[in-house]
Write a protein that binds this ligand. Structure first.
Ligand code: LLP
Length: 472
């Protein structure tokens, strides 16, 4: 089918494709296909129409894909939990991508919402999320954020430190409210990408060491304004297997069991982190399989301890929105670069970059790309898609085979950009942040408008201050 390359410029996993126009199913929304003309169609809308209506660079979000994945996650965890006589709550982790419409879509499909700041809370409420079905995270929530969460009736506040326990208790007591809380613990399991490593003492900022959990929960239970709802942990992101979750659940359940002696422990929240495909060689575990594997593991651990299976909670973000998003760029320049004496790499510069997708620069994340405006018979060339920012690390797609005739004016689509691209976007080099367009059933509509240069100038008060000459 395809050949590996011995070139040192080509990552080991990247193979020369038979067809550099092909759309690898796992990285695109299900609606993605090529029209008879060859151009890419997303949610029934052709790339050229998106370009004509909204310009580039542009985030495109496939509403049906978000909804299907939200529905799928909910059904997967519901079914897995029901087989063990319990229930599962699926919170959408809003940090992956949050806008009022996305909140409407995921809550419409039955998901609760997890927020991590007062800003995310405001968007969740603006999107009509039921406050009782919001979980509020963060290792340093401000007193104002805590107060707001309590006042609007947030269903659970996830406590992260001893200091925060007292703060939340005081704010709830002041308002005569008994606030439901969960305790974030550090299970010592940290899952990283395809692997996980377990360490006894993890050197990171989140949660409370599992070894201290009993003492800390005892304090929570002493405080009449707090209602202890169970333990929470989140072991990491972009996890492909069940092992890390199983290990973490086992460790949490040891403590959970001991806590049962002192009162109810209604929920066990195992966080998010379910991986998605970014390139054609990624093979994430389907959510149904993950859900079944994790819930079965929890049930086995509970049976071993002779305790009832608690209600479970999960917080997928990337797995809901990641594959639903595609970023559309226009190629501005191409440049063959002699990378070594013998080897050339084609640099393809697009009109966005690290300001709309920081993940390659931040994490060395790999992506794939396709020409969106046409198909081409030209032989595949090893390309690197780069942005327009003033850094050599401004890479959008580190390594990809694109048709060798890729040229200025071509539209380029980068799939699997629905999670942590919009939410990590910056104004580096005074680049206005991109609009987000939702596509569904042949219709496209802006759900977050793009910034303008005027928006950016409006914040710079020096621009608006009259000059001495003007006021003289
Ligand atoms: N729950 C908690 C408590 C979290 O901290 C996170 C992610 C999630 C759920 C959702 O994780 P997901 O299912 O989306 O993997 N910016 C990084 C990811 C940071 C994730 C932070 N926490 C990236 O772009 O890969």
């Amino acid at each position: 089918m395809s050949a590996s390359s011995d070139s040192p410029l080509v990552p080991e996993w990247l193979v020369v494709p038979d067809d550099a126009n092909a759309l690898a199913a796992q990285v695109w929304p299900r609606s993605a296909h090529r029209a008879a003309s060859g151009e890419l169609v997303l949610g029934g809308v052709a790339a050229s129409d998106l370009h004509a209506q909204f310009g580039t660079p542009l985030y495109v979000l496939d509403e049906d894909e978000v909804r299907a994945r939200a529905r799928g996650a909910r059904a997967a965890f519901d079914d897995a939990a029901a087989r063990h006589g319990t229930t599962a709550h699926v919170y959408y982790a809003g940090k992956a991508f949050l806008s009022a419409d996305v909140v409407r879509w995921v809550t419409g499909e039955g998901l609760a919402v997890d927020v991590a700041t007062g800003g995310e809370l405001a968007v969740a409420l603006a999107g009509g999320a039921d406050p009782a079905r919001i979980g509020f995270h963060g290792n340093n929530k401000s007193v104002a954020e805590i107060a707001r969460a309590i006042e609007v009736g947030v269903g659970s506040i996830i406590l992260d430190s001893d200091i925060e326990i007292e703060r939340v208790a005081a704010e709830a007591a002041r308002r005569g409210i008994r606030q439901s809380v969960r305790l974030r613990v550090n299970s010592g399991v940290h899952a990283e990408t395809h692997d996980f490593l377990a360490t006894a003492h993890e050197d990171q900022k989140f949660g409370i060491a599992l070894a201290r959990a009993e003492e800390v929960v005892a304090r929570i239970r002493e405080l009449p304004s707090l209602d202890f709802g169970g333990l929470h942990c989140h072991i990491g992101s972009q996890i492909f297997g069940v092992d890390g979750f199983r290990e973490s659940a086992a460790r949490l359940l040891d403590v959970h069991e001991r806590l049962l002696a002192g009162g109810p422990v209604p929920v066990l929240n195992l966080g998010g982190g379910f991986g998605i495909a970014y390139t054609s060689v990624d093979t994430p575990t389907p959510i149904e399989e993950l859900a079944e594997g994790i819930v079965d593991a929890v049930a086995t651990e509970c049976a071993r301890r002779g305790i009832p299976v608690p209600a479970l909670a999960f917080e997928p973000g990337r797995a809901i929105v990641g594959t639903a998003g595609v970023t559309l760029y226009e190629v501005g320049t191409t440049k063959p670069v002699q990378a070594t004496d013998a080897l050339t790499r084609l640099y393809v510069s697009v009109d966005g970059g690290m300001s709309d997708n920081a993940r390659p620069a931040l994490y060395g994340a790999q992506y794939s790309a396709r020409i969106a405006s046409r198909v081409s018979d030209a032989a595949p060339a090893l390309a690197r898609v780069v942005g327009r920012h003033c850094e050599s690390g401004d890479i959008v797609v580190d390594a990809e085979y694109l048709p060798g005739d890729v040229a200025p004016g071509d539209l380029l689509a980068v799939p699997a950009t629905g999670a942590y691209c919009f939410s990590l976007a910056s104004n580096y080099n005074y680049a206005p942040r991109l609009p987000v367009v939702a596509v569904s059933g042949g219709e496209a509509r802006v759900i977050v408008r793009g910034e303008t240069i005027d928006d950016l100038l409006a914040r710079d008060l020096g621009v608006h201050r009259p000059t001495p000459e003007a006021s003289a």
